[in-house]
Design a protein around this ligand. Structure first.
Ligand code: NAD
Ligand code: FE2
Length: 393
């Protein structure tokens, strides 16, 4: 069904595949930039990922400003500190090399520079950023999950409040996303599975939430097809180049989909669980997804039947009568999660990760104030969320 009104935008240039990294200088030179700040994390520096990018850039840009002190789940403090480094070193652009934590930190830094602000707290809110000159911004994702390289969202935590804040604005879209298998083939199986489930939740929630539209559907379906075919392959064989580039594309497609539709209850609860218990985002997504699908079943049976086809293929789809496909989809996802649990220890219950029983109520209280809950196909109260959390615990 086509909604009465919708908007769609993806302005990010996509560079995907062989030697994509080598094209970064060209992209930045298009903006007359020559001195990027390179942002990443300590792990990616240690394993040589940052060096691969610097080598690919060669002497075409000044790559002397490198900041890798970014912790998982970016925080206000780090964002504010990096702005200082950027200014002190007279940088003129940003290259982010990392997962969602690094990319969202970089988005925060770029917001401060463009809006000429000093504290990210001043920029909280949705679509409040003034249009203006933006620092040229190239993103090189090293996980295949958040899709942040192509989303208008940044999730940055405010440790003082114990919350993860969402910044939403078209001004947050990067200039270019660079997908190169050299960036993800080091990703361990457990993080591959966890981040891949994040991408799946983006696509699945974009496809089922109240703000879905035909264009976001096209991206979500394309993402789900790739995830169905390649996520387990990437978990099983980390160096499988075909699987890695497919997952990089899937994550980006899913990011574009949810940026132009929305997510839903899995993310509303997941954001809250991340803020309260610091469970990794992808793990929360994986654990919560089947429970939320069951909750949404009364409204989503038909759409989950479609998802069965996209994820598990025509044979599985045809093996079940139409009225059973939605439930079979949840069952198949559960089986996949159990395989991930056996293969690489991806948790299947909240208690097996960082969540304590005492956290459940505060998580439910935060989740019902998350923007994503509003577009979930079935309305959820605090009691409903608590019930889901107890089942997932
Ligand atoms: N902006 C968005 O649209 C969006 C969407 C979903 C989630 N998020 C946010 O993104 C963050 C999570 O990002 P993430 O899931 O990508 O994880 P992450 O960036 O926190 O990385 C997870 C871990 O994997 C390591 N790692 C990353 N790439 C690696 C590689 N190639 N090889 C080896 N190790 C590697 C990192 O060092 C880190 O320890 C959360 O804060 C979440 O809220 C943002
Ligand atoms: Fe997510």
């Amino acid at each position: 069904m086509i909604p009465k009104y919708y908007e769609f935008l993806n302005s990010v240039k996509i560079l995907s595949g062989d030697k994509a990294l080598e094209n970064i200088p060209y992209e930045l030179k298009q903006f007359n930039a020559s001195k990027p700040i390179i942002l990443s994390d300590a792990m990616l520096q240690k394993i040589g990922t940052v060096d691969i990018v610097i080598k690919a850039i060669g002497d075409q840009l000044d790559t002397s400003t490198v900041f890798v002190d970014i912790p998982p789940d970016s925080s206000y403090k780090v964002v504010n500190a990096i702005r200082e480094v950027y200014t002190q070193n007279n940088c003129d652009s940003i290259i982010a090399i990392g997962g969602g934590s690094v990319i969202d930190t970089a988005k925060g830094v770029r917001m401060l520079i463009s809006q000429q602000a000093e504290d990210i707290k001043q920029l909280e809110g949705s679509e409040i950023l003034k249009k203006g000159i933006k620092a040229p911004f190239v993103v090189v994702p090293t996980t295949s999950g958040t899709g942040s390289e192509a989303t208008l969202v940044a999730v940055i935590s405010n440790p003082d409040e114990g919350t993860k804040k969402e910044f939403v604005s078209y001004e947050l879209l990067p200039d270019a996303a660079v997908l190169d298998v050299r960036m993800t083939e080091t990703l361990p199986p457990k993080i591959t599975a966890s981040t891949g489930m994040d991408a799946l939740c983006h696509a699945l929630e974009a496809y089922t939430c109240l703000q879905k539209n035909p264009v976001s559907d096209a991206y979500a379906i394309s993402a789900m097809r790739l995830i169905g075919e390649y996520l387990e392959k990437a978990v099983d064989k980390p160096k499988d180049k075909k699987a890695r580039i497919a997952m990089a594309n899937a994550s980006l497609l899913a990011g574009i989909a949810f940026s132009n539709s929305m997510v839903g209850l899995v993310h509303a609860i997941g954001h809250a669980a991340g803020g309260v218990s610091h469970i990794p985002h992808g793990n929360a997504m994986a654990i919560l997804l089947p429970h939320v699908m069951e909750f949404n079943m009364p409204k989503c049976e038909k759409l989950y039947g479609d998802v069965l086809l996209y994820l598990f293929g025509p044979e599985v789809y045809a093996s079940a009568p139409a009225q059973e496909r939605g439930r079979l989809c949840v069952e198949k996802i559960r089986q996949m999660l159990h395989r991930f649990n056996e293969k690489c220890g991806l948790p299947t219950r909240l208690r097996d990760d960082k969540v304590k029983e005492i956290d459940l109520l505060p998580i439910a209280e935060k989740a019902i104030n998350d923007g994503a809950i509003v577009v979930n196909p079935v309305g959820a109260t605090k009691e409903d969320v608590l019930e889901i959390l107890k089942k997932a615990y």
